[in-house]
Design a protein around this ligand. Structure first.
Ligand code: SF4
Length: 760
């Protein structure tokens, strides 16, 4: 990179090529935007900038400030339209210029505009969960600190450090030292901060280099500059600069590229899409963000420039070989390090709006809920195939050549967005067809949850009760063994070929209890397949009896046990387990239980419970360790993704978890698993209880081939708040699968075929 003088002498094209390389290395092909609403808290301002149409005189406003009800009405509309950000735009310190503003504040009990802003942010957070971003101008450190507990990020355009600009002559808050002081104070307070420059207000290229260098230096000191906006000046009628020429597109591109080169690579560079007619040149100059895009409110700063519809933005982004992803007002690098960057009062609000990458949840759907999933595989909504130049495209090209994916490639695939999601699904679907054909399989089974009493304290579990607790979702219970026998006989008479037994770890159980349960099942049927007891249950059973696990598993096998469910795996990553289930078996113990089961001739499956607190790297580790064990033993029959159902779980109620995976993440979990387990595990199962029928149908087009069991009674997801029923008959399964024109085929637990489907 050249000096400021050298850069100033170059053309936009002369700097853009290098800027693109820096952007692509740091941010890949992903371009983000923030779905937001503007809340113009006050349009009064003590400054008189030459280009501004935002600020109004009191006589032109009904009220000096929006009252809280008006603020909330905008925020609610934003929430209902799927926004995550409430962008508070406001003039600077109007109470120092206008008595009417000072009076309004005093009448409402606020000492300053900033104090009222804090109250408005608090109201929006509490009412709607939208994340406030305060854009309140040049603030003092105590004012920034006041806003930190009620905002996810803050911002202030540096605009320019040039002295004596006509545009700023009557703007006391636009003095460069004041703005630099605000930037520094935000850094000291560890506030994720947005700043930027205005291009074309009379400043020189050297002035822009100076401003960008100052921002870069501040970021190097504090690490807090999350993004820099490079905004082009457009003259507006009725302003002091109405006759000033607009910023030439070449100057904007040059400034974007130079920003990309002067700023540390991790800082995001943004250009507002509504201020340019052609978006491709902005991307080719090095931006990786479009800023806030509002489906609800006008841009109050540039009201004459309509926002491009989201679909157009997506098309322009994808046409340039990028993918578009919604983000929060706080960028992922900061959202994923909340202890450093967020006030504790903001942690949950950010978590609740986040996906696993720290970006924004992209739809209302959550596992077990009633909202329909977005149609990610609808060809009408997706763009062209991701170019091989993208990281996802490169991994898929390797998969096409038969290459195995490792942890890094798995994480890359989980980052697929937009049309890339369809590409991953297509590759997974083709592999599914190649490996297991078109059959959609299911097993007729009955779940028997024999007790909900448990001594463990898994923080994601809404099912278990302490022995003495009463709970809103039902009392503690322990089924009599006779009842187990009765339910088994009844299940068999209804056509079941399998019973699936899972329960809590009752304090009274010794290892013999599990043997007695198997005997009770056998008393109900001498041939039904017994799929029972997690790695935790058998490990506890052996421990309580004081016998080696292999001996204990052999006893269970001799009593009639055939396969073990993979539940209790949760995420096989001990750092994540320390949050989810600290007192449960660890990763190595889960693997050892299954290794031992396979060694004594039992088979089992792999589950993953995902979407609560972890990131995609943990999913990749889970796949890698289970794939390695499968290569050692060959004992796993299938992979079963179980999306975290958040509603009634202790972890979510304690405000320490996300609301489960997004539908995109759930779909990718099935598709990526199909790719990652190729040649090792042939069956990828859908949990229809958690995904719902419409979700399940999409997963069957994205690598999954099995619908699991009909269940008859399923209590565990239901206890966590899932609303998709406790059983599904064969006819209902057929209705889910029918639109796919693929055969629905009844199977045995071990994937043999059952001749004729038996009505359930
Ligand atoms: S997940 Fe299982 S072990 Fe954990 S608390 Fe719930 S029932 Fe007990």
């Amino acid at each position: 990179m050249g000096s400021g003088g050298e850069l100033a002498a170059l053309t936009a094209d002369g700097v853009a090529a290098e800027a693109r390389k820096v952007r692509d290395r740091a941010h890949g092909n992903r371009v983000t935007y923030s779905p937001k609403v503007f809340i113009p808290l006050t349009m009064l301002c003590r400054d008189r900038c030459g280009y501004c149409t935002f600020a109004k005189a009191p006589a032109r406003l009904e009220s000096p400030y929006l009252d809280l009800e008006a603020v909330l009405a905008i925020a609610r509309a934003g929430r209902d339209a799927g926004c995550h950000e409430a962008l508070f735009t406001l003039g600077e310190r109007p109470e120092l210029r206008y008595p009417t503003a000072a009076r309004w504040l005093a009448d409402h009990g606020y000492a300053s505009t900033v104090e009222y802003l804090a109250a408005a942010c608090r109201a929006v957070l509490d009412e709607t969960g939208l994340l406030p971003h305060a854009n309140a101008g040049a603030l003092y450190e105590d004012e920034l600190a006041l806003l930190r507990p009620v905002t996810a990020s803050q911002g202030m355009m540096l605009e320019s450090l040039a002295d004596g600009l006509a545009a700023h002559r009557r703007a006391p808050d636009k003095v460069p030292e004041r703005r630099l002081a605000t930037l520094e104070a935000a850094g000291r307070l560890a506030i994720p901060f947005t700043t930027g420059i205005l291009v074309g207000i009379g400043e020189s290229r050297q002035d822009r280099v100076a401003a960008l260098t100052a921002i870069a230096d501040s970021h190097r000191r504090h690490g807090h500059v999350q993004e820099v906006i490079v905004q082009n000046f457009l003259p507006k009628p009725g302003t002091g600069m109405a006759g000033h020429p607009p910023c030439p597109p070449e100057e904007l591109r040059w400034s974007i590229a130079v920003a990309r080169l002067l700023l540390p690579a991790e800082v995001h560079v943004q250009a507002p899409p509504n201020l340019s007619d052609d978006l491709g040149p902005l991307l080719s100059a090095g931006i990786d963000d479009w800023g806030g895009v509002s489906p609800v409110t006008a841009d109050h700063v540039n009201p004459e420039r309509a926002w491009p519809a989201l679909d157009l933005l997506r098309q322009a982004t994808e046409a340039a070989g990028h993918t578009l992803a919604p983000r929060l007002t706080v960028y992922p690098e900061y959202a994923l390090e909340p202890d450093r960057w967020l006030d504790p009062a903001m942690h949950f609000f950010v978590l609740d709006a986040s996906d696993a990458e720290g970006l924004a949840r992209d739809a209302a759907w959550c596992s077990g809920g009633e909202a329909l999933p977005p149609d990610l595989l609808d060809p009408g909504r997706i763009g062209p195939r991701a170019g091989a130049a993208s990281a996802v495209g490169e991994v898929l090209a390797g998969v096409g050549l038969g290459q195995e994916v490792g942890a890094e490639e798995i994480v890359t695939l989980f980052g697929a967005r937009g049309s890339e999601v369809n590409d991953v699904a297509e590759v997974a679907d083709a592999l599914r067809a190649e490996v297991v054909g078109d059959d959609v399989t299911f097993v007729i089974n009955r779940n028997i949850n024999y007790t909900n009493v448990c001594t463990f304290k898994c923080r994601f579990c809404a099912f278990s009760k302490g022995p003495l607790s009463l709970n809103l979702r039902g009392d503690p219970y322990l089924l009599e063994l006779d009842e187990v026998t009765r339910r088994v006989a009844e299940a068999e008479s209804l056509g079941a070929t399998e019973v699936c037994l899972q329960g809590g770890i009752h304090p009274k159980f010794d290892g013999d209890y599990y043997i007695d349960v198997i005997k009770a099942v056998r008393a109900g049927s001498d041939r039904i397949h017994i799929h029972a007891f997690t790695a935790l249950e058998v490990t506890e059973g052996a421990r309580r009896l004081g016998v080696p696990l292999a001996d204990y598993l052999l006893r269970l096998k001799e009593a009639g046990l055939k396969t073990l469910p993979g539940t209790a795996a949760e995420i096989l990553d001990d750092d994540v387990r320390a949050i989810l289930c600290p007192d449960k078996i660890n990763t190595e113990q889960w693997l050892e239980a299954h290794r031992t089961a396979h060694a004594v001739g039992l088979r089992s499956n792999i589950t993953i419970m995902f979407g609560a607190v972890e990131q995609p790297a943990a999913w990749a580790r889970h796949m890698m360790v289970t794939r390695a064990l499968q290569r050692e033993t060959g004992g796993f029959t299938e992979f079963v993704p179980l999306p975290f159902v958040h509603m009634a779980t202790p972890l979510y109620l304690q405000r320490r978890a996300r609301r489960g995976p997004t539908f995109r993440e759930a779909l990718l979990m099935h598709a990526v698993a199909r790719i990652a387990y190729r040649g090792d595990i042939d069956n990828i199962q859908v949990s229809w209880v958690k995904m719902g029928p419409a979700g399940a149908r999409q997963l069957l087009r994205a690598g999954a081939n099995d619908m699991g069991g009909t269940l008859m009674d399923e209590n565990i997801s239901r206890a966590a708040g899932a609303s998709h029923g406790q059983g599904m008959g064969v006819e209902e399964l057929a209705a889910v699968v029918a639109p796919l024109s693929r055969p629905l085929v009844q199977r045995t637990t071990l994937y043999g075929r059952v001749a004729t489907p038996t009505p359930a």
